[in-house]
Design a protein around this ligand. Structure first.
Ligand code: HEM
Ligand code: HEM
Length: 180
């Protein structure tokens, strides 16, 4: 089934969720790693790859938001305390905010920092003469959000594992490929 129902996620939601989860978690790991490296060809290679995959996230997120708005959302188990439902939903909202703001701040940092973005050598997104105030602000935003999204994803994963291993409910299973 392509679309969500009130009890389960559809195949397209699952596909986008896991594809973006894989890319975003890799971007975070590579991001912290590359920023700490000494200047070298390897470092600039990782910067280029990080930026190109970041732009892929930026182009996927509008489609993901439109798809979410077109679909019903499976409800959380009734037995769950209200505060936990609210916390889980607030965290999802924050993840969406980060999925827009992270790649957007990255793009702005590059565009106003005079760093063109090569999309895997296929084409290049141009940049303009450096505007330090804007690229500097975007850089800081990118760094602060990097910590915030790491915390938010950790909470999200711990929540999913808690549902599966402690509560033994369907919350993780219904997001897994092949499970209803
Ligand atoms: C969802 C998308 C993205 C995520 C999760 C992400 C994550 C990160 C993380 C965790 C860091 C390390 C931050 C630190 O050292 O404090 C980083 C650094 C960086 N990111 Fe991203 N990023 C994303 C998209 C982008 C995009 C689209 C671009 C540019 C087109 C970009 C350009 C950079 C650059 C240039 C750095 C290094 C900054 C420095 O040297 O201090 N990122 N990113
Ligand atoms: C190992 C990593 C992950 C696991 C185990 C996981 C697990 C889950 C589960 C079980 C749900 C369904 C929750 C429910 O039914 O209420 C869910 C939904 C969601 N997850 Fe994850 N997730 C992971 C990574 C990520 C990452 C990296 C992001 C984004 C940064 C993310 C964003 C979302 C969003 C936005 C939803 C709500 C459904 C939607 O709109 O697509 N997840 N996740």
């Amino acid at each position: 089934m392509l679309k969500n129902t009130l009890n389960s996620y559809g195949s397209l939601t699952k596909f986008i969720h896991w594809l973006m989860a894989l890319i975003i978690i890799s971007l975070i790991a590579v991001g912290f790693f590359m920023a700490d490296m000494e200047n070298s060809d390897q470092k600039w290679f990782l910067y280029g790859t990080h930026k190109a995959f970041g732009i892929i996230v930026l182009s996927l997120i509008p489609l993901r938001i439109i798809w979410r708005l077109m679909n019903p959302q499976p409800t959380l188990p009734k037995s769950l305390p209200n505060w936990q439902k609210k916390a889980a939903n607030a965290n999802i909202l924050f993840l969406y905010l980060c999925m827009v703001a992270m790649p957007l701040s990255g793009f702005i940092m590059s565009f106003f920092g005079n760093h063109p973005i090569s999309m895997f050598g296929i084409f290049t997104i141009p940049a303009i003469e450096r505007v330090p105030a804007i690229s500097g602000f975007a850089h800081e935003t990118h760094e602060i959000l990097a910590l915030a999204i790491t915390a938010s994803i950790s909470l999200h994963i711990l929540g999913a594992l808690h549902h599966h291993f402690t509560k033994h409910d369907q919350v993780l299973k219904r997001m897994l490929p092949g499970c209803k």
